[in-house]
Design a protein. Structure first.
Lengths: 381, 380
């Protein structure tokens, strides 16, 4: 048991959109009670003057494949031997010993989506993970949460020098459409009782059945391509990265997809990152799109999740909306909103405690991280 | 043009409420209360705050193109090329495309990359424009060096240097050399190296670790070279040596690839070093493979604020310190009569409030950016 005393609580719930002062009782890893003043002889942590958010969430990471000094193994996040690998499960590639997990905790991040990289057109299956633990099976909150796919420069650039498809943007989009069509044909045959087995197409069935979203790395006009391709299948999907969204606000909103925006902080570069328009998240949010922010860690450190949220505010997003983009919104994308992303009784007792209000005060920083009711990080003073 | 009734942060330690700024011919003519309007345009800035345009104290912007094809910031034929001038590699369109002015940055110290022990001289230019001559504030503003692993990656497979020992040895030779051939290259090299040796321009050396910093300071000891360290993630750990040598720190960008974790960067200690009197500047410079976007400028400021830097210290790092480092404080880095009219209008104080937004950025007296003038959505 742990009692958090005298905190300013930012619950991220629809019913309590504004922060309020109070205590939080954690019991057996869950939030047992939230009240103005809880009388209890549990060990307590006085958080007077501090601000408590749900543990932060980055739903698009490639954490756990290497330590901070071994960038070469970034290659390990995609089985880049064939452009279509929907049967790959990223949970089989993650090392719980990665130094990036404790770094996540230090920065208030308690839940991450770990998904394959984007060298393939259809890359594989991601999972939702805690940021602490010794065994991936214990860390996993929910496996098989999504199918990752990628358009544009990454698969194109990777395969075009190997003398195999795809070699162009139209080649990439064709492959993703072809995979969906083949999977639908496969599913129909199975449903008529035909005895067939194809591991790759089998892995696509949860997407077709709307059980998991297709999460598509795409930007600029690739977003328009994806929206067109998936329309006839009626699948759930997300747009990942989403640079250039300002030009496609209406199409994105009408498509019903969610958007995972970021990372930003790179130079304006050719094609995909020539327009990093994080101001778009405000307009997408206003149109009812579920928007999350991502650092794409290890591309950017998880310390940068706060800075992404700050930059969204700096470029026009109201702070209370921006906070949701690193808490409850990504929880919904991961399908773990029953456990994470907001401060409500019964949810996992994960919290990021700040000195200064994130998104308001320059220099706001994480002073404590609480993981399932346990003080996992406390700033040294 | 007269800007009226703003809260003016002069960049020299003063914050003046209800203050006016008169701009004439691209320069600041006067700063003070109740200035005469004269005949020109008047802009009421009640409720707004005005800062000197910020300086990005190190960047490759403009020395490569959007496609990252040109890569004109490293001359990889020779590890020591102090005779080269980055100015000849700058494409103004590419600078403008990086949109630094949208984050309030109005001047950039364009630097050679991190692959040469001595990579050439630094040019301070404005962040917006089409004509490089008009954008230039100062050429040969510093000599850029590097002792990071990027030197070894480039020259190790060639004739070296491969190790930090080799890099520092080469640096020592270049600093100590007095005989130059009497030809164009020799004369130019002597000119640059003499101004470095005599402390007329600083030697800005890329160094990530404290060991790299300390090695460089060791070979420079006893001379008149004025060193500054860029990137400098572990500057705090080498703080005593930096303080003793009178060196400066140009903090590079921290966000890519978890640099903080990799270098165990301690922002509390970095701010402590700055408070002890070591001048700090903020730069977007990072590893050669990871040039940073404009957003990272304020992210570094936020990290320093997390470490305890107050708004005055931050403003020094963003304006006065880099202007003095590069010998351009007579042109930029403050709001005072005679200086270039480079300023940023915010709707709050961006050094204390995250939600303070750029309203307008002015370079040489001309508004180069006004918030809201870009279409929110493309309708065509």
């Amino acid at each position: 048991m742990l009692l958090l005393k005298n905190a300013m609580i930012y619950p991220q719930t629809e019913s309590a959109p504004r922060p309020f002062p109070g205590d939080i009782l954690c019991e057996e890893g869950k939030i047992a009670q939230i009240a103005p003043a809880i009388a209890c002889d549990a060990p307590s942590l006085d958080l007077t003057g501090l601000h408590v958010l749900p543990g932060l969430i980055d739903c698009h990471t490639h954490i756990g494949f290497h330590g901070p000094d071994d960038w070469s193994s970034l290659d390990n996040i995609t089985e880049s031997t064939h452009p279509i690998t929907p049967h790959m499960r990223v949970i089989h590639g993650v090392d719980p010993g990665s130094a990036l997990f404790p770094y996540a905790v230090r920065n208030g991040v308690t839940t991450v989506g770990i998904i394959p990289g984007s060298l393939n057109v259809v890359c594989g299956i991601g999972f939702a993970s805690k940021t602490w633990g010794s065994h991936v099976s214990d860390m996993s909150i929910r496996d098989a949460i999504c199918m990752k796919a990628a358009l544009g420069e990454n698969p194109k650039g990777f395969y075009q020098n190997k003398g195999m498809a795809p070699d162009s943007r139209m080649g990439v989009t064709f492959l993703i459409a072809e995979t969906l069509h083949n999977a639908r044909d496969y599913l129909r045959k199975k449903e008529t009782g035909e005895q067939i087995r194809d591991d790759k197409l089998e892995a696509m069935i949860p997407v077709l059945r709307r059980e998991i979203p297709l999460r598509v790395h795409c930007t600029h006009n690739d977003m328009a391509s994806v929206i067109e391709i998936v329309r006839e299948f009626g699948v759930r999907f997300t747009i990942e990265h989403a640079w250039g969204s300002l030009n496609y606000l209406d199409e994105i909103a009408d498509s019903g997809c969610a958007v995972v925006y970021g990372p930003i902080g790179g130079r304006r570069s050719f094609y995909e990152s020539r327009r990093t328009d994080i101001g778009a998240v405000k307009l997408l949010d206003e149109r009812g799109v579920n928007v999350a922010l991502t650092t794409d860690t290890p591309i950017y450190g998880l310390d940068g999740l706060l800075h992404h949220m700050e930059e969204a505010v700096r470029q026009g997003t109201p702070v209370e909306r921006a906070m949701r983009m690193i808490t409850i919104n990504p929880a919904v994308i991961l399908g773990v909103e029953n456990r994470a992303g907001s401060i409500e009784t019964g949810k996992d007792a994960n919290f990021a405690v700040f000195r200064g209000v994130p998104g308001v005060d320059m220099g706001a920083r994480v002073t404590h991280t609480i993981c399932e009711g346990r003080l996992a990080y406390a700033e040294q003073t | 043009m007269l800007l009226r009734n703003a809260l003016v942060h002069t960049g020299t330690g003063e914050t003046i409420p209800d203050c006016d700024i008169r701009i004439e011919n691209g320069k600041i003519a006067a700063v003070g209360k109740g200035l005469e309007a004269g005949g020109g345009e008047t802009l009421d800035l009640s409720g707004k705050q005005v800062f000197p345009g910020f300086i990005d104290a190190g960047d490759f912007a403009g020395a490569t193109d959007m496609a990252y094809h040109a890569k004109d910031f490293n001359e990889n034929s020779d590890p020591s090329v102090p005779h080269l001038d980055i100015w000849h590699s700058i494409d103004p369109d590419e600078i403008t495309r990086q949109e630094l002015y949208k984050s309030g940055v109005t001047s950039i110290a364009v630097s050679p990359g991190n692959q040469n022990v001595l990579g050439g001289t630094v040019a301070v230019v404005k962040s917006y424009g089409k004509n490089l001559n008009r954008m230039t504030v100062r050429r040969d503003a510093a000599l850029k060096g590097s002792v990071t692993r990027e030197v070894g990656q480039m020259f190790g497979p060639k004739a070296g240097p491969r190790t930090r020992m080799g890099m520092v040895c080469l640096l020592k030779d270049a600093i100590g050399r007095t005989d130059y051939p009497d030809d164009y290259r020799g004369r130019r090299t002597r000119q640059v190296m003499d101004s470095v040796r005599q402390g007329e321009i600083p030697l800005v050396v890329a160094a990530e670790t404290s060991a790299e910093i300390e090695s460089v300071l060791d070979v420079l000891a006893g001379g008149s070279v004025k060193p500054a360290f860029v990137l400098a993630y572990q500057a705090a750990r080498a703080g005593e040596a930096i303080r003793r040598a009178g060196a400066q720190v140009v903090l590079g960008e921290f966000s890519h690839y978890s640099s903080i974790l990799r270098h165990e960067a301690d922002f509390g200690a970095l701010v402590g070093l700055a408070k002890s009197g070591v001048p700090f500047s903020i730069a977007l410079l990072s590893g050669d493979a990871t040039i940073c976007g404009r957003e990272c400028y304020f992210w570094t400021a936020a990290k320093l604020a997390q470490g305890g830097a107050d708004e005055n210290l931050l403003l020094d790092m963003m304006c006065g310190n880099p202007a003095r480092l590069y010998g351009v404080s007579h042109r930029v880095g403050a709001l005072a009569p005679g200086l270039d009219a480079d300023l940023v209008v915010f709707d709050g104080n961006p050094l204390t409030q995250v939600n303070a937004r750029v309203v307008e950025t002015v370079i040489d007296g001309r508004a180069v950016y006004r918030a809201g003038e870009e279409a929110e959505s493309c309708c065509c």
